[in-house]
Design a protein around this ligand. Structure first.
Ligand SMILES: [Zn+2]
Length: 264
């Protein structure tokens, strides 16, 4: 019986003695000494213990993020986008400020959003800052939690999958799709970019990613230059249905492009 063993172990420990010790860094602290089978166990400085646990935790998060980046074949957030964050996003109009606030709120409420598997759709005009805010969400989630978040374009994913077909890429289609289902949050850009009718190849891989994440209750952020009404047909109704579960947040970027205002 487990409970009997616990009682027996407790009985082997001699009555606890307390004393005061001094940590060089944190000063005096209470030490509890416990004798178990001839060994003396002394509790360490609680502040040192806390700092060590915190350092271990940070190291473990770094390790997990590195491992995931390795599986994805590139950094979680590609290097060129590292400076895209909430602070570097310029919101001048009311509509821009509202969208920015909604994106920040999604991060602030990330735990309940994760619990619900709540996805986000960023749609609208090219150059309106959708990629910027999608990446900003991913970076903010990683900065404020132990979660992993990755950004990829659908085009790059499909290209990587096609490259596995002649067996020379060192990856398999399965390993690529598997890695995309692992991050706590995936930002999937350029969905429905082709404008023409999407191919069965495109639709089936997109569904594999979105459905794989749906089954694990992991949220996806979908970014598209299409209008919100055009998107379901362009991404496939099955995929759109998966996004709707958990109460998707749709953020329309209705303003004109912010790019090239200084001229090319
Ligand atoms: Zn200490």
């Amino acid at each position: 019986m487990v409970s009997e063993n616990v009682v027996r172990l407790a009985n082997m420990a001699t009555p606890q003695a307390t004393s005061v010790a001094v940590c060089e860094d944190h000063g005096e602290y209470q030490v509890t000494e416990t004798q178990i089978m001839g060994h003396t166990f002394r509790t360490p400085c609680p502040e040192c213990k806390r700092l060590r646990a915190e350092a271990d935790r940070v190291q473990e998060v770094e390790r997990q993020r590195h491992e995931l980046a390795w599986k994805l074949g590139d950094a979680l957030i590609p290097k060129r986008f590292k400076d895209r964050n909430f602070d570097s996003y310029t919101a001048s109009t009311g509509a821009q400020k509202k969208v920015l606030a909604k994106c920040r709120q999604y991060v602030e409420e990330f735990e309940p959003n994760l619990e619900a598997g709540r996805c986000v759709i960023l749609v609208g005009n090219p150059g309106a800052g959708k990629t910027h805010l999608g990446i900003a969400i991913a970076q903010a989630v990683m900065a404020t939690s132990t979660h992993t978040a990755a950004y990829r374009t659908l085009g790059a994913i499909l290209h990587a999958i096609r490259a596995t077909f002649d067996g020379s890429s060192g990856q398999t289609e399965g390993s690529i799709l598997d890695a995309l289902i692992k991050p706590t949050l995936l930002v999937l850009d350029e969905v429905g970019a082709s404008k023409e009718t999407p191919s069965e190849f495109e639709l089936s891989r997109l569904f594999a990613i979105i459905n794989g994440r749906y089954e694990k209750m992991l949220p996806t952020i979908v970014i598209s230059n299409l209008g919100v009404k055009e998107l379901p047909a362009a991404m496939g109704e099955r995929s759109a249905d998966r996004l709707r579960e958990g109460g998707v947040i749709v953020l329309p970027f209705t303003w004109e492009s912010q790019r090239g205002k200084e001229g090319f």
